[in-house]
Design a protein around this ligand. Structure first.
Ligand code: LMR
Length: 393
């Protein structure tokens, strides 16, 4: 039986992780997978996470099952973090999931159950695993223009032109902030216009928000999600705690569904059902860490302060890189790097240029020229800048 299996293509981001590990060069630079690293190249456990774990060790008395929804206190704390205080609890159904990927997967399955013929509109480009999961589930996908390869900003005219063809029963997948892989984001005015468009077409938005706090700040990064939640009758939100709490391997995320209050209970039942079918109870340890932090004013303040340091550190690296490139190229054409937000920027290099930077300088970025800014530090920024110019960017 197993002999019938066909080989699977390896995820490009994960393949790059392996290639980087195998490279013996000592000065190699990893700008691949979306994991935060500090100036020493370490992905630290955040102070508040440590403190919350210590507290759990002292106070947790059982490891018995929670609920199919996951710990309700975690779901409520995440609803407040993403949707803000005073979020519409009467419209909200939610389940904890194994990471943001788990939330996306459950969201896609929920869409398939509610609207079997739905087309899922995804940005071109998007996180490759969105496409991979959608294909695996056999769902219909349409791409909408998103990235302007000239300006390296959002092609908003192209985006709205394409999305005008979305219909009621379809889903438009948007990145809440810190677009992966481009780093180019909608401004608030554009979010308003997307809300108008969704109202007109009747399509349902799904927001993947995996980097809240990495762009312009915790509140600012959630502004688009909150605006759509206020203006539209229904939406799905897949939120991840992997990056902003730095708890990647704990697999901590949440799927939220906003609906008419009359549909809330059945929606919740369907979310519980999907959890039961796929893995039964969602992971709890990371969720409990997050809940402990968010519900304790001192831990929360410390977490926010550390997250802000992380965010400002990435911004400073962006500015340094843009400045270095301005100096080396004698032009402003790399100014977009300082405009982009979050962990990623798409540089606009060709696959050959990406390959050359890997071969000549041991600089690893995803093949579409996405860099993880947090893989840099003050002394590797000039190395990347020189390699980019040398590669002909
Ligand atoms: C990334 O885009 O690099 C991250 O979201 C990690 C992943 O799972 O791909």
């Amino acid at each position: 039986m197993l002999g019938n299996l066909k080989p699977q293509a390896v995820d490009k981001i994960l393949m790059l992780m392996g290639e980087f590990r195998a490279d013996p060069r000592r000065d190699k630079i990893d700008l691949g997978v979306g994991v935060y690293r500090n100036a020493q190249g370490v992905t630290p456990i955040m102070r508040a996470v440590h403190a919350a774990e210590e507290r759990l060790l002292q106070t947790e008395t059982t490891k018995t099952y929670t609920a199919l929804t996951g710990e309700p206190g975690f779901n409520a704390a995440m609803a407040e973090l993403v949707l803000g205080q005073g979020y519409p609890a009467d419209r909200l159904a939610s389940v904890a999931t194994p990471g943001g990927t788990g939330a996306c997967r459950q969201a896609f399955e929920l869409i398939r159950m509610a609207s079997p013929d739905a087309t899922i509109w995804v940005s071109d480009p998007t996180w490759p695993n969105h496409l991979s999961i959608l294909r695996h589930l056999g769902m219909k996908v349409a791409l909408y223009r998103y990235f302007d390869t000239e300006t390296r900003g959002v092609d908003f005219a192209g985006m709205t032109e394409d999305l005008a063809a979305a219909q009621a029963g379809d889903v438009v997948l948007l990145h809440g902030c810190c677009h992966n892989p481009t780093g180019a984001n909608l401004n608030l005015d554009q979010w308003e216009r997307i809300a108008d468009l969704l109202q007109r077409t009747g399509a349902t938005p799904m927001i993947d928000i995996a980097y809240q706090g990495f762009g312009d700040g915790l509140e600012e990064d959630a502004a688009g999600v909150r605006l759509l939640a206020q203006r539209l009758p229904e939406m799905l939100i897949a939120a991840s705690c992997s990056k902003n709490f730095g708890i990647y391997r704990e697999r901590t995320g949440v799927l939220m569904a906003l609906s008419d209050p009359a549909h809330r209970e059945v929606t919740q039942g369907n979310l519980n059902y999907l959890n039961r079918q796929n893995y039964s109870f969602p992971p709890d340890h990371g969720a409990r860490i997050v809940m402990t932090i968010l519900n304790d004013p001192a831990l929360r303040a410390d977490w926010q302060a550390e997250l802000e340091e992380v965010r400002l550190g990435m911004l400073a690296l962006r500015q340094q890189l843009a400045e270095e490139l301005r100096r080396l190229s004698g032009s402003d054409r790399f100014g977009f790097i300082a405009q982009h937000r979050g962990m990623f920027s798409r540089l606009g290099a060709t696959p050959e240029q990406v390959e050359k930077m890997k071969k000549d300088h041991a600089i690893y970025m995803v093949g579409d020229s996405r860099i993880n800014v947090a893989g840099l530090n003050e002394s590797t920024v000039p190395v990347l800048a020189r390699a980019m110019i040398e590669a002909g960017l």
